[in-house]
Design a protein around this ligand. Structure first.
Ligand SMILES: [Fe+2]
Ligand SMILES: [Fe+2]
Length: 299
């Protein structure tokens, strides 16, 4: 009986995996992204013409411009209150980051209302990733923050498009004391990291953002952007350790050896960086409360 039950669950999970893949391929079923995203899709990073074009596209959308400037001036990127125009934001952060931010701000609008814990977890991870990347003097710290901001985007898709499954997952996590990713693999035959990979591929985001999202739970599988993937992983673990926000489960995993070795981390480094991150999290909390007040959210 137990074997039969396991086999049935395996088939159900395999079917779910195909269903989720279908949902993502059929972009109509995804949360609607503003029309500007499609227009931004073809623009290349580090290209002057693209930057000007992008500024003019984004400027036409007042809501998006305001949201972008708010995000850019928040604790994630360390430009607090200093970026006042979309053009400056694009020059500072590049086309890729702005494109992802435009997508994030639309997705997060849904998160702010439905999954505030996950929104705070994502923002906290972005801030932590930025601090770690800068302290380690890694290239492209802004791209790393952006990947961190989006690392659990797959969970948003599960929550919004597969409500029943989301409830079953929460139940199983609670009953069997699992990490969310373990419960997902059991029930869905895939996990939020892979769903995030499919989604960001559909959105044509650059590989340097896709890979950290796809492998933030399996750093050793990253092949090109190991640094970025490792930082997102470490930031995710630290934020869970701080108990900041809620990513779907209460388990704090260990930092994976692949990440530790790849970044040549030391205990001393972590001891130094932790108070710095904690300080920034106060700002993130204020930002979140401000956003929630603006939305009239209550939890
Ligand atoms: Fe995750
Ligand atoms: Fe996470």
């Amino acid at each position: 009986m137990v074997v039969e039950k396991m086999a049935a669950e395996k088939t159900a999970a395999e079917n779910k995996r195909s269903e989720i893949k279908r949902i993502i391929k059929d972009t109509k079923s995804l949360p609607t992204l503003p029309g500007v995203i499609a227009k931004l899709g073809s623009l290349a990073d580090n290209d002057k013409v693209s930057m000007q074009e992008m500024a003019s596209v984004v400027n036409k959308d007042y809501v998006l411009s305001a949201k972008l400037l708010k995000l850019v001036n928040s604790a994630f990127y360390g430009f607090s209150g200093r970026v006042s125009t979309v053009s400056n934001a694009i020059i500072l952060l590049g086309v890729n980051v702005i494109k992802s931010l435009a997508i994030s701000s639309s997705i997060f609008e849904i998160m702010e209302k439905n999954v505030i814990g996950l929104w705070e977890h994502s923002m906290g991870t972005a801030v932590a990733a930025n601090s770690i990347a800068k302290a380690l003097k890694l290239p492209e710290p802004e791209e790393i923050s952006t990947a961190a901001l989006l690392h659990d985007i797959g969970k948003v898709i599960i929550k919004i498009n597969l409500k029943e499954d989301y409830n079953l997952l929460s139940q199983r996590i609670h009953e069997k004391d699992l990490m969310m990713i373990e419960a997902e693999r059991e029930l869905l035959g895939t996990d939020h990291a892979e769903i995030g990979e499919w989604l960001t591929q559909t959105w044509l985001l650059p590989e340097k953002l896709i890979e950290p999202i796809a492998f933030h739970h399996d750093v050793k599988n990253a092949t090109v952007h190991q640094d970025k993937t490792a930082v997102v992983h470490v930031a995710d673990v630290l934020i869970k350790g701080f108990g900041f926000g809620f990513g779907g489960d209460e388990i704090v995993p260990c930092i994976q050896p692949a990440a530790w070795d790849h970044l040549s981390l030391t205990e001393e480094f972590l001891e130094e960086i932790i108070p710095e991150i904690e300080e920034k999290l106060v700002e993130v909390m204020n930002f979140s409360l401000e956003v929630q007040a603006g939305n009239g959210a209550t939890t």
